[in-house]
Ligand binder design. Structure first.
Ligand SMILES: Cc1cc2nc3c(=O)[nH]c(=O)nc-3n(C[C@H](O)[C@H](O)[C@H](O)COP(=O)(O)O)c2cc1C
Length: 255
């Protein structure tokens, strides 16, 4: 059994590790690891996890699945989708793609986590409320992992009603947001010190340091990792002001 995830600000990494620990899976990889594809190829049972963006797959995740379309055939895939509030068919969006490539979908799980969009006011909660959300999610993960171990996996987000909820609840109106990579990253030159942290962390290699300042290209997958880790708070993406830099690490030692 192998677990594979993508995570911008750590929520999905955290949930994948918790689920895997409880389900007895010791092999955990990020899609950014160079060995991820060969590890998947060698494993029959896969746990695949990602965050939901606008009730859809992050572009980087969709591209990973499609680019490696030949490795999913006859794999038993359990899907975990993390979200701030609602996705409808968060696990269903990848399930339909995996099925197209010959995979067998064994179940799905939706996990509510703190919202990672730290430059837009909507959905913001206090640290205490976020901590309670994470604690409730850990309980849900533990129980779902037990079901998975006992060969009665949960099936959240996979039925027709979830599909309609995801489609009409959100995806239809926001489809363009995840269709392509974007040039949405804005970096304040007057504040940036050119420390290079964003350049190192960007999963798309979309940021580089030029003449002592960070410069962004047009290949952003909207993961908020650069935003959340900028020591100068010089980066914004969808909004224009840094309100909160969410990182799961800020909560992990309080759990
Ligand atoms: C661009 C973007 C769009 C998002 N859209 C949704 C959404 O449609 N529904 C939702 O509940 N959460 C949404 N979220 C919140 C994330 O899914 C959630 O915070 C997730 O757990 C982040 O995971 P990560 O820390 O592994 O990146 C969105 C986040 C981003 C960055």
């Amino acid at each position: 059994m192998t677990a594979i995830y993508f995570s911008g600000t750590g929520n999905t990494r955290f949930c994948t590790e918790k689920f895997s620990e409880q389900a007895g899976c010791t092999q955990i990889f990020s899609i950014e690891d160079s060995s991820a594809v060969s590890e998947i190829s060698e494993s029959k049972d896969i746990i695949f996890a990602y965050p939901i963006y606008y009730s859809n797959l992050p572009k980087i995740v969709r591209d990973f699945i499609v680019k490696n379309s030949n490795i999913w055939r006859e794999k038993n895939i359990f899907i975990i989708a993390t979200m701030g509030l609602f996705s409808g068919d968060g696990s269903g969006v990848s399930a339909r793609l995996f099925k197209k490539f010959g995979a067998n979908i064994v179940g799905g799980l939706h996990i509510k986590m703190p919202d990672c969009i730290g430059d837009v006011k909507a959905l913001k909660k206090s640290c205490e409320e976020n901590l309670q959300t994470i604690q409730a999610s850990v309980r849900k993960i533990n129980s779902a992992a037990e079901c998975y171990k006992n060969k009665k996996p949960t099936g959240e987000g996979l039925n027709f009603i979830s599909h309609m909820a995801g489609l009409f609840g959100q995806r239809l109106y926001f489809y363009s947001k995840t269709k392509n990579y974007t040039d949405s990253v804005k970096i304040r030159r007057d504040v940036c010190t050119g420390c290079g942290k964003c350049e190192k962390l960007c999963p798309m290699k979309n940021i580089r340091i030029s003449e002592g300042k960070a410069v962004s290209g047009n290949m952003c997958t909207l993961c908020y990792r650069c935003f959340s880790n900028c020591p100068q708070k010089a980066i914004t993406i969808l909004g224009s002001k840094v309100l909160v830099q969410h990182k799961i690490e800020n909560y992990e030692d309080k759990l």
